[in-house]
Design a protein around this ligand. Structure first.
Ligand code: FPP
Length: 248
């Protein structure tokens, strides 16, 4: 029996975030270079996105390239960037067919022009799609996102459009890349590592963490269903007690 049949479709996480880890180790175990791992990771992105959309998950955010990843060997960075361009080109029809909107969080200005242009085009072309939003975190880091938000808020205080008393959690959220998106309720990280790695630091305040030893290129629909099933068996207390949850 597939985990899919055990999932309660009325209690899905609205937003799933994924740290796709293990491409390099997966490739090494097969005597191949790291880029082979990333290339095989694309299938897992496609399968996870389709499975989420079919279930009814509204937002899927995948950590595709962190600001820290810029310090990887130049050859790997270039290969990842050209893989992105190729993948966006190739998958745009699949996105449209599945009614999936593409989004991006991170520093677009740090990306090579070819990647930024393709992304902008794909984001515009799929902007009308309603079923799910697939967001790529690219040149992204949680601390950099908060630094950017704080600078923007400081500028607005200086130019008089805000006063310090206006700065609430709701206002801060308006200055984040994720403005308008619900916070992730489930974070999945593959490859056995159990870290947040600077991903969505603010937004992950109440996320449930799910770690699996599966390497990202081996992640598939069934693994996604397993993670959602696991999520549905967590008690999410948001600071309350179990007894309080039972009466509400
Ligand atoms: C982490 O594995 C993976 C990445 C830094 C890149 C993820 C990119 C893809 C899956 C391909 C393209 C993505 C999209 C959205 C089209 P790692 O290299 O850190 O693996 P390791 O920890 O085993 O070395």
């Amino acid at each position: 029996m597939s985990y899919k049949d055990k999932i309660d479709l009325t209690r899905l996480p609205r937003h799933i975030a994924v740290i796709m880890d293990g491409n390099g180790r997966w490739a090494k175990a097969r005597g191949k270079n790291r880029i082979f791992g990333h290339t095989n990771g694309v299938r897992a992105v496609r399968e996870t996105a389709e499975a989420c959309a079919e279930l009814g998950v509204e937002y899927l955010t995948v950590y595709a390239f962190s600001t820290e990843n810029w310090s990887r060997p130049e050859r790997e960075v270039n290969a990842l960037m050209s893989l992105l361009v190729k993948t966006i080109d190739k998958e745009i029809d699949t996105l449209l067919k599945n009614d999936i909107r593409l989004g991006m969080i991170g520093d677009m200005s740090a990306l090579p022009k070819s990647v930024a242009d393709k992304l902008r085009h794909a984001i515009e072309t799929t902007a009308h799609c309603k079923r799910m939003q697939l967001t790529l975190a690219l040149s992204y880091s949680g601390k950099a996102e908060l630094e950017r938000a704080i600078k923007l808020i400081a500028k607005d205080v200086l130019n008089g459009s805000l006063i310090p008393e206006d700065i609430t959690q709701e206002l801060i959220e308006q200055y984040l890349y994720t403005y308008g998106m619900p916070d992730p309720e489930l974070l999945i990280r593959t490859s056995g590592e159990q870290r947040l790695s600077n991903f969505l630091l603010w937004q992950m305040a109440y996320a449930e963490f799910y770690f699996t030893d599966v390497m990202w290129p081996d992640f598939d629909r069934e693994e996604l269903y397993k993670a959602v099933y696991d999520f549905q068996h967590r008690e999410r207390r948001f600071g309350k007690t179990s007894e309080q949850l039972a009466v509400s």
